[in-house]
Design a protein around this ligand. Structure first.
Ligand code: 5GP
Ligand code: ZN
Length: 112
């Protein structure tokens, strides 16, 4: 999608602080980190919200990419959180699905 921020990152139209990429997914540091570690994992296909996909394999790849990166960055054992916001009340602001992964501090529960 040409007017999607994350599609522009995938296409190389705007710069991205990339952590990892393969044919299916892209992971990059969040521009406004909410924890010492905060990165996003996105599919390379444009999917607007979690309500718009039943691709279990792709959703699994997002999650497993996140967990692998936490190991590589060295905070898997301390712990972390993965979360996907959906639509307005879920706090979604970018309408191309993305898994947040946050770590590096004790996270409170429940989230706001
Ligand atoms: P949402 O609120 O949709 O769940 O999360 C969107 C996330 O994308 C936010 O955490 C926000 O900081 C991040 N974000 C928005 N614009 C950019 C950008 O241009 N670059 C990067 N790296 N992250 C962005
Ligand atoms: Zn997109």
């Amino acid at each position: 999608m040409t007017d999607c921020l994350f599609c522009k990152m995938i296409n190389g139209d705007i710069p991205v602080n990339k952590i990892y990429e393969n044919k299916d997914v892209l992971a990059f540091h969040d521009i406004n980190p909410q924890a010492p570690h905060h990165f996003l994992v996105i599919p390379k296909t444009h999917i607007k919200t979690l309500n718009d996909t039943d691709d279990a394999q792709l959703l699994g790849k997002l999650t497993l990419t996140a967990s692998r990166i936490t190991k590589e960055l060295g905070f898997a054992d301390e712990g972390y959180r993965v979360v996907m916001n959906c639509n307005e009340q879920g706090g979604q602001t970018v309408y191309h699905i993305h898994l947040h992964c946050l770590g590096g501090r004790a996270l409170t529960w429940p989230p706001g």
